[in-house]
Design a protein around this ligand. Structure first.
Ligand code: HEC
Ligand code: HEC
Ligand code: HEC
Ligand code: HEC
Length: 159
């Protein structure tokens, strides 16, 4: 290769590398996700370290167990590198459903289904149902306590 062709070749390579780099940045997931959602003004509990990669690779949990589409249908065919929406984009209200609201709905004869649907509008309720729901089933089935159910096992006590 002549000097000029090497230069052109290098420039083309650089462009590709750059494009690949930005693509990666757009869809990369951290191995351990710090669950400090920015929709919260303030977290009342200590931040949870969620071992995203370990859950998938070591505990062998498919993407669709946690990620679903706008109808709640499991995204079983999701692959690493695909874009996926944050839970908060659909479970929009930060925090848990206020006990007062639940009481009020019951008083107004809302059905269990209606209350459950309202509950799922709250981010922390959806997260807890997903995480703790599976942990409970797993522990029961395997006669273990390996998957945390207690608050401080996920939200470590603030020092
Ligand atoms: C045990 C549950 C669980 C499993 C299994 C899981 N994820 Fe996730 N994933 C999450 C949670 C929770 C987040 C954080 C999202 C949030 O903060 O709203 C996340 C975040 C992500 C993000 C980053 C989203 C963003 O822009 O912040 C991507 C991409 C992703 N997951 C893809 C996957 C893929 C692909 C798989 C399967 C190979 C997978 N996940 C398996 C729960 C899971
Ligand atoms: C694109 C919108 C969207 C995103 C993003 C989303 N959800 Fe949902 N989710 C829904 C809808 C819609 C339902 C209700 C489905 C139904 O009525 O059966 C639902 C239901 C749920 C439920 C109730 C039980 C069930 O499976 O039906 C849980 C728990 C839940 N979501 C957790 C999560 C978690 C955790 C994340 C992030 C990892 C997430 N959702 C991301 C739309 C979304
Ligand atoms: C579909 C099942 C399932 C879901 C959903 C799930 N987990 Fe787990 N989780 C497990 C299993 C299985 C273990 C490991 C138990 C063992 O060590 O044998 C585990 C372990 C853990 C541990 C302790 C070990 C570690 O890797 O840190 C934490 C903390 C944890 N999960 C947090 C979460 C959080 C937060 C979510 C929701 C965003 C979540 N999990 C969702 C199945 C699940
Ligand atoms: C399996 C792990 C897990 C367990 C067990 C758990 N949580 Fe959480 N919790 C989370 C995650 C993950 C979030 C989402 C935080 C975020 O994305 O910003 C959360 C969010 C919250 C929030 C809203 C955010 C904040 O800090 O104000 C509250 C309140 C909360 N949890 C209280 C509790 C209480 C009380 C218990 C025990 C009854 C509990 N949690 C058990 C994982 C867990």
């Amino acid at each position: 290769m002549g000097k000029k062709r090497i230069l052109v070749f290098s420039a083309v390579c650089l462009v590709f590398l750059f494009a690949a780099g930005t693509m990666y940045a757009a869809t990369a997931v951290q191995d351990v996700i710090k669950m400090d959602n920015k929709a919260y003004e303030k977290h009342s509990k200590a931040i949870v370290d969620f071992t995203h990669k370990k859950h998938n690779e070591e505990y062998k949990i498919g993407c669709g167990e946690c990620h679903h589409d706008d109808k709640g249908k499991a995204l079983n065919d999701l692959k690493l590198g695909d874009d996926v929406k944050n839970c908060i984009e659909c479970h929009k209200l930060p925090g848990q459903m206020p006990g007062k609201l639940k009481k009020e709905m019951r008083k107004n004869k809302a059905s269990k289904k209606e209350i459950a649907a309202k509950e799922m509008e709250y981010h922390a309720e959806a997260i807890h149902e997903n995480c703790i729901g599976c942990h409970k089933d797993y522990n029961k089935k395997n006669k273990t306590k390996a998957a945390p159910q207690a608050c401080t096992k996920c939200h470590p006590k603030k020092k």
